[in-house]
Structures are given as C-alpha cells and as structure tokens.
Ligand binder design. Structure first.
Ligand code: NAP
Length: 337
C-alpha cells in the first residue's frame, strides 16, 4: 500500500518526519504551518532538505486537507487534546486519517473522555481512523506489553524513561515548563478523571493497564521539578537557563492494585535538558514468574520518534474507523519492502 501524507505542523518533529518520509519515497503532498517565516516557501527549503519538493507550505489548512488527496495527516503541533482537537476534527471532516504525536493522544479516554468520544464518533462517521503514536508506541507501552505477555505471573511492572528535550521545539519546552522559575516542591496528587493536561507518562500507563485488561483505578502522580544548579545554555530555548530555573521534570506515576491479583504499575519519566549528552532510554522491570529486565538506549537523534510515525502510517490507514486504541493495534513493525 502506498500512503500519501500531509504534515500538519512543520516544527522540529514535523520537519524531521517530513525529511524521513521524503527520503523513503513516501509522497508528502501537503504541509501546513502557521508562522509567516515558513508559509509560502517550498517544504524542502523550510526543512533544510537541500532541494525543492514542489510542496508549498500553507497556512490554509482546510484547502490543503481538502485538495491534497492525502490518505493521512501527520499532526506534530501540540501535546494535549485541549489544544489540537480542532486540528484533528478538521482532518477528519476532510476525510483524512490522522496520526498525532500529542502525548495525550496515546490514550485520551480518561483524561479527555468527552472530546475523545466525540472525535471517535466523528471519525467513524467519516470512515477514517485517529491514532496517537510516536516514541511511546513501542518504548513506553508496546515493549512492556510484550514482555508481560511472556510471563506466567506479573506482580509488578516498574519502568523508567529518561529523555533529553534539547533538540525539540518551543511547544515541548513550554509543555514541560522548562526555563520557568522552579518552585523546589515535590507535588503528589491523585490524578482526577477529566483533568485534560496530564503528565506525559500518564496516558502511557493507562494504555498499558488496558493491554493487561486492568479496570480503571486511581493513579498517583508525584512531580518534581529539576532546577538548574549552574547556568545552562539551551539552543532549543535560544537563551541561557539561570540557576534556579527549571531544566527538567520528573513524574512518578503509580497505579496501585485494586485486588491482590492485580500487578502494581509504576512509571518514572524524567525529561531533563542536557545539551552536552544524549542520555535517552528506558528500563523495564517485571517482578513475577519469571522476573525480567529490559533496557533500551538510542544513538543521537529522533529517529525512534519519526520512524515510528512512518512505520505506523499503513496500520492507521488500514485500521477500523474511529480512535484506535494502542491495545487494538498490531505491534509496530519494520516495513522492509
Ligand atoms: N510522542 C512523541 O514521541 C513526541 C516526540 C516529540 C514531541 N512530541 C510533541 O509534539 C509536539 C511538537 O513538538 P516539536 O518539538 O516539534 O515542537 P515545535 O518545534 O514547537 O513544533 C510545533 C509546530 O506546530 C506548529 N503549529 C502550532 N499551531 C499551529 C497551527 N494552528 N497551524 C499550523 N501549525 C501549527 C508550529 O508552527 P509554527 O512554527 O509555524 O509556529 C510549530 O512548528 C509537542 O507538543 C511535543 O510535546 C511528541
């Protein structure tokens, strides 16, 4: 199947996804941006491809979506549904499938249930699919689900991710509060249903719980800001972060068992700016029969994000209409042909 795509949001991630698709020969037939510095230029020029693509970056989203003839829109604009639900809706109404890297979109059913249900129904009506993908697809959910699938009994799953937002764009920096004055507090809350701006790891924990067939249960989120102990130059922010300003955030997200048969789930996510080091990766630990441990690490770059978008396009287009849950998708695969 050849799938053609529109890039919606030509920022740090959108630009990298576009380059990767073009390199693979996947038709990129439209590009939507907002800033006057990008609109009206050739996509190849905007993303530094070194050649023109014939696609002119536009801020007229409806026209691009309706006239491009694309199968799927790739949304790389925001983290939360509250901000980008209108973009999803616009794509669906134009008859395009949607894959979005918004962190909440992995599993919005408990954080924005009303909006998720509305968009799910709209997608069914228009015969298209919506899916939240990106780094989390394999590394925060899929690998853990597979590992648990190899166990006779699971007592607990503890997994940890550290990642470096340095090469990301301003949207991600603001989602994490990087550069804001640090409060120095560690805040622990039971996450309320319907609170629409969850920590990045919460939808992933909810998605893994669904894989394991666990019912909805309270999740406790403990958030610590990491303050700069010395000045740190951030190219992503375009300025120096002063001592006492936020350079990172650590969230510990925990779902305690409701019965003695259920496993404990605990996910620790640390996003910390680190301009000199690439220190991203995950550790998964399962206690049970047998107990297991798995570690992932990456060479520099965002290919583990962008390749997972490219490798999911056909799955999303082929999926049943509606908002597709991670547990209903096949494990992500590498399309070698
Ligand atoms: N799931 C994952 O694996 C993953 C990985 C990385 C990032 N993310 C998330 O993806 C989002 C984007 O990250 P990023 O690093 O690429 O940020 P970014 O560089 O700030 O890119 C966001 C882009 O969205 C565009 N945009 C915003 N509103 C728009 C609108 N109304 N119309 C058209 N374009 C619009 C902006 O356009 P202009 O430049 O024209 O203003 C900007 O280029 C963030 O929320 C981040 O948290 C997820």
């Amino acid at each position: 199947m050849t799938v053609s795509a529109v890039i919606y949001g030509v920022g740090a991630m959108g630009g990298e996804v576009a380059s990767l698709l073009i390199e693979r020969g996947v038709p990129v037939v439209g590009a939507i941006a907002r800033s006057p510095q990008k609109v009206g230029r050739d996509l190849g020029d905007v993303i530094g491809l070194g050649r023109d693509t014939g696609v002119i970056v536009s801020d007229d989203a409806d026209t691009v979506l309706q006239e491009s003839g694309a199968d799927i829109a790739i949304l790389t604009t925001n983290s939360y549904l509250a901000d980008h639900a209108p973009f999803i809706e616009r794509c669906v109404r134009a008859g395009l499938n949607v894959i979005t890297i918004a962190e909440e979109a992995l599993h919005p059913w408990r954080t924005s249930p009303g909006e998720a249900a509305r968009l799910d129904a709209l997608a069914r009506e228009h015969g298209v699919s919506i899916y939240g993908g990106g780094h989390e697809d394999a590394f925060w959910i899929g690998l853990g689900a597979q590992l648990a699938g190899a166990a006779h009994r699971v007592d607990s799953i503890r997994w940890e991710s550290t990642w470096n937002p340095e090469a990301a764009g301003p949207e991600l920096m603001s989602s994490l509060g990087i550069g804001d004055p640090a409060s120095g507090e560690s805040v622990s809350v039971v996450w309320r249903e319907n609170d629409p701006r969850p920590p990045f790891g919460l939808p992933a924990l909810d998605a893994l719980a669904e894989h394991l067939g666990l019912p909805d249960a309270p999740r406790t989120v403990t958030t610590e800001q990491i303050a700069a102990a010395q000045p740190l130059r951030s190219s992503a922010l375009g300025r120096e972060i002063a001592v006492g300003e936020v350079v990172g955030v650590r969230d510990i997200i925990r779902r305690d068992p409701l019965t003695e048969d259920e496993p404990l789930l605990e996910f620790t996510v640390t996003g910390r700016l680190n301009p000199d080091q690439h220190s991203s990766g995950e550790t998964w630990e399962i206690e049970g029969i047998p107990s297991m441990r798995m570690q992932t690490s990456f060479s520099k770059g965002h290919f583990q994000v962008t390749a997972q978008i490219a490798n999911r396009l056909e799955d999303v287009v082929a999926a049943r209409p509606g908002w597709v849950r991670h547990s209903r998708m096949p494990a992500i695969g590498y399309p070698s042909a």
